[in-house]
Design a protein. Sequence first.
Length: 477
Amino acid sequence: MKPFDGSNLAFGELDAKSAAALLAVAGDIALVMDGAGVIRDVALMGNGDSQFDTANQWIGRSWSDTVSGDSRAKIDTLVKEAVSLGVSKRRQVNHIMGDVSDVPVSYTTIKLGRDGGLVAVGRDMRHVSALQQRLVEAQQAMERDYWRLRHVETRYRLLFQLASDGIVVLDAANLKVLDANSAAGQIFGEPTDRLIGRSFPLGMDAQAARALEDLLASARSAGRAGDISLALQGGRSFHASASCFRQEQATLLLVRFSPAELPTAGATTGGSSPSRLIDLLERSPDAFVVTDLDGEILTANRAFLDITELASEEQLRGTTLGTYIGRPGADFPVFTGMLRKNGVVRLMATSARGLHGNQSEVEVSAVWVPEGEEPCIGFTIRDIGRRLASGPQGARDLTRAVEELTSLVGRVSLRDLVRDTVDLVERHFIEAALELTNDNRTSAAEVLGVSRQSLYVKLRRHRLVTPGTDREEDAAS
């Protein structure tokens, strides 16, 4: 450490007021200690965060006794470096604050030249920790989305290549082939990789090419064009249809070729065929399951198998929906009660469980057919667990806590449940107000519309304040 050259500018020449002002700028808390690391005085700078109110109780204690066990080695290093070198490197430790979670503080320790004492200047790092936590949550959400997209892409590629119809994806701007499946390669008599990048149409006579160009023009203007009959290589006849869609700021065309002897989508009259609807439900990204009126599973699509972590639909048969969705034996009667009253259930939030313990948050919609030869209930289940929560963590904690209280119905009296719920909600709103006002209790009382004395009473009742602290604030104010 290089000292100042001018003796009249040395730190030793600073008066007490100037030294205090310097410390106030340097950090949020300062500890004055002897050479052994025993705290002799505590000074709070900045706004005087209420979480440091108990710091005055550290006077007379060893500095290492005020931190968590994993931080004590860092305290010893801070003291030794200051004694030997005059100033230590900055290190972060976690102070124990009673019922409050540990408070991270970054300290630099300086040796006092005259009597060998030490001064530790610290900065509150809670805002950095909160930001790091948000970044971790955002990264985890991005990783979940990434792997879900990879799985979706894998399923898309598998279905794309196994499709019996020839499928070609074109750039609408220049009609270049961007992608094609193996069936399209067989239709045009070339390997798939040789089709990509070539101009479309391929290997057609002039009449078929004009008909296909008209089909593509109709798809660009209307979004979708119906079937036309084409004669391709070898005199084979196909039905062609086209769809237009946007992807990554580009307009693309999807052209499908079906053999003329096979039925094509859109060739049926009188609306969608049942087989087409069944195929769409099977490929739906949302889970779909059909049960009888008692909740026993009759059939389900692949998305529901993914949620339940089962390999085949046969493993589901004979089990009940409550095994995988909601609370066993509790939520299904709620579904049926709402169906009897309203006919449908829309976006009911609950949870789903897999065979191997994986859990996720889901939204459930349901409709039923109570009459007929085979009465049944259809459930649509959407996994919402990957959504990055925009609300505060406390709101989700409150929801979970209320759900836990709900599970006590039938075991605890209604009066006790209502009292506990009121206390829980009141504590939550008080914590939210303190967080909003940076633990300024006067401002928090104004936000909540109560007097400061009433707020102190509630803080003591909910154990949100260290005993004696509120009396010290009353005296200070």
